[in-house]
Design a protein around this ligand. Structure first.
Ligand code: PRP
Length: 207
């Protein structure tokens, strides 16, 4: 049996739809269920739904053979000790510096206050521009930060741009293209070649 850890949320929903189209049947799965583990009808594939920063942890430690998670999370959390096998082309988005619409001048401040779920990516971005920053790590709804005066700008992913627009914000600089990746445990890669190949051929993502 091949065990896959999926990042909960948009990625998991898309992957489960693709798997279904590829012939994998998960009788107990539905998008809104609170259940976290699903096995397909043939007993060949087990899916575990985990928080996105934990996907690489599961795969690295062999608690899952493979995982699907956004490249943003892999960069932020570090995933050097797993194989990145495929760019799945789903969950496409951009990492961006954003702030209040029309107030891009704020970027000229001597020390910028930056709110982000991605402190490491944010730190690297501003370091490469020699811009001193005070980084505040938040865990969600980052768009609030400039609106309530918690930060000058945010570093966050932009997919459709709706969240920025609906909160009176705009992207000042979109600096990194992102998408979901298939990662694999190094031992599983050797020991489960056939199962892995079968999964890749039927998961609806290979060309
Ligand atoms: C992500 C991201 C943005 C939003 C971008 O948040 O942090 O807030 O999606 O998508 P959009 O450009 O299509 O509007 P998520 O939905 O994961 O929720 P969170 O803020 O609670 O992390």
């Amino acid at each position: 049996m091949l065990h896959i850890a999926l990042a909960k949320g948009r990625i998991a929903k898309t992957v489960m739809r693709r798997l279904k189209a590829g012939g994998w049947d998960f009788p107990l799965y539905d998008d809104d269920s609170r259940k976290l583990i699903f096995t397909d009808a043939s007993g060949c594939l087990k899916v575990t739904l985990v928080k996105s920063p934990d996907v690489a942890v599961y795969v690295r430690r062999g608690a899952a053979d493979i995982g699907i998670v956004g490249k943003d999370v892999l960069i932020e959390e570090g995933a050097d000790d797993v194989y990145e096998l495929l760019d799945l082309g789903i969950g496409r988005c951009r990492m961006a510096v954003s702030g209040i619409a029309g107030r891009q001048d704020v970027m000229k401040k001597r020390i910028l206050t930056v709110a982000s779920k991605y402190p490491s990516i944010a730190r690297q971005y501003f370091a490469s521009r020699f811009q001193p920053v005070d980084i505040i790590k938040l865990n969600g709804s980052v768009e609030l930060a400039p609106l309530v005066g918690l930060a000058d700008v945010i570093v966050d992913i932009v997919e459709t741009g709706t969240t920025l627009r609906e909160n009176g914000l705009e992207a000042y600089d979109e600096f990194m293209a992102l998408s979901a990746r298939l990662i694999c445990n190094k031992v599983s890669y050797k020991m489960k070649q056939a199962e892995l190949q079968h999964f890749i051929e039927t998961c609806g993502f290979s060309e």
